[in-house]
Design a binder for this molecule. Structure first.
Ligand SMILES: *[C@@H]1O[C@H](CO)[C@@H](O)[C@H](O)[C@H]1NC(C)=O
Ligand SMILES: *[C@@H]1O[C@H](CO)[C@@H](O)[C@H](O)[C@H]1NC(C)=O
Length: 399
């Protein structure tokens, strides 16, 4: 059954017209909203690699007979090529990254425990998203996740450098070399030798965490900004710490060094930026041409405030460009399970209060006997001993 050329041309033309029609029915706005989470977040899976078999311990400590350059397939599966190279070149860093990723999860859950979105995580891994589908949206919650994970890796790598568990880095001795001699009589302190090496941690995190994010996508630009914000928070919370010397604590002389903040401080500081996060859009001035290595032009989005009356985001600000879901009701598209069954605080007017947490659906009250630690005493030396007391507690739970 041969189809004459005229008929087949006609079919092609009809098909083509249909495609154009269907294409034009797609609303403009959805065409403009970039989808997806960017490309750089798979490494979060490192936090869960090895569960439940603890492969990561084998990967990291298996050492001797496995060989220096061996990476467990489960690790390879969540790392891009560049990240694998960085891990191979910096022995001991994988463990620090895994620790950092897990600390980021703990910190995120802590910071959001009283919120409708309480940083739920998934136990699956291998390319799946650890923080669930919410990161598919370019919303505030995603901005926090990116900044926090980036900060935690920076933090963890810096700490590991000071502990001597990464072969390619040590404490930062440069302050010591640089400033010892400029001490003046009124400055009765000098730099001690071992400062936490924020420079190494910052650079490593930038190479590792940012790998794969593309500045020519809106979402990639958002992720890169928030990753950088996380690192800057760690860096700017570095503090000078000093130790006194001299006869019986007279402190005639001090040695000082730069000390890493606790991750909790970093978490608090990033969380402060969450509520005031900057909503951004692509600047009209547009796309800046950034001539990269080899003279090849790369394109970068410039972010500007969505509301022209607002100031442009600073390096420490979190940026986002999409509204968050309200998190009240179940929304499988973003892995939101709603606030059904969540505990709320009946006497709080804030986001943890029953009105806001339960989204006006009301709450149930239940009275339960619980066992708590009580009458704790300090025992010489050095532990705290507690009794178990049975107390009656009232629980408020969202309907
Ligand atoms: C509930 O909220 C009140 C008022 O904000 C606060 O004082 C109290 O500590 C909160 N209770 C709990 C269990 O968080
Ligand atoms: C208190 O309860 C815990 C767990 O239920 C138990 O391990 C512990 O021994 C108890 N302590 C005392 C002092 O009874």
């Amino acid at each position: 059954m041969a189809v004459t050329p005229t008929v087949s041309v006609l079919i092609v033309v009809i098909g083509f017209t249909l495609m154009i029609l269907v294409g034009s029915m797609v609303p403009q706005s959805s065409a403009r909203i970039p989808r997806g989470r960017g490309r750089g977040s798979k490494w979060w899976g490192i936090a869960k690699v090895g569960e439940p078999n603890n492969l990561i311990v084998n990967t990291i400590r298996g050492g001797a007979n496995i060989g220096n350059n061996y990476l467990e397939p489960a690790v390879q599966a969540v790392l891009r090529k560049k990240q694998q190279r960085l891990v191979r070149e910096n022995r001991g860093v994988l463990e620090a990254i895994a620790k950092g990723a897990n600390e980021a999860i703990v910190e995120c859950k802590h910071q959001f425990k009283n919120r409708r979105w309480n940083c739920p995580t998934k136990s699956f891994w291998r390319g799946k998203n650890l923080f669930g589908k919410i990161v598919e949206k370019g919303c505030r919650e995603s901005s926090f996740i990116y900044a926090m994970t980036s900060a935690a890796v920076t933090h963890s790598v810096v700490r590991a450098c000071s502990e001597g568990s990464i072969e390619s880095c040590t404490c930062d001795y440069r302050l010591h070399n640089k400033y010892t001699r400029v001490m003046t009589p009124e400055q009765n302190w000098k730099w001690g030798s071992c400062s936490d090496n924020i420079e190494f941690g910052y650079k490593f995190s930038r190479d590792f965490v940012d790998a794969g994010e593309k500045a020519r996508e809106m979402r990639g630009t958002m992720n890169l900004h928030n990753n950088e914000a996380g690192r800057i928070h760690v860096q700017s919370l570095m503090k000078r710490q000093c130790k006194c010397h001299g006869m019986s604590g007279s402190c005639t002389m001090q040695t000082c060094w730069m000390r890493l903040p606790h991750l909790r401080e970093v978490g608090n500081s990033i969380k402060d930026k969450f509520d005031g996060a900057s909503r951004v859009q692509i600047s009209n001035a547009g796309i800046l041409r950034d001539v990269g290595r080899g003279g090849r032009g790369r394109y970068k989005f410039q972010l500007k405030p969505y509301n022209p009356d607002h100031k442009p985001p600073t390096k420490k600000d979190l940026v986002f460009y999409e509204d968050s879901p309200n998190f009240c009701e179940r929304d499988p598209r973003y892995g939101v399970s709603g606030t059904y069954g969540r505990a709320c605080n009946v006497s709080s007017m804030g986001v943890d209060g029953c009105d806001l947490m339960c989204c006006g659906r009301g709450y149930t009250i239940s009275v339960k006997q619980v066992v708590e630690r009580c009458k704790c005493t300090f025992q010489w030396c050095c532990q705290v001993e507690c009794k178990n007391c049975t107390v009656t507690r009232t629980f408020y739970t969202c309907k």
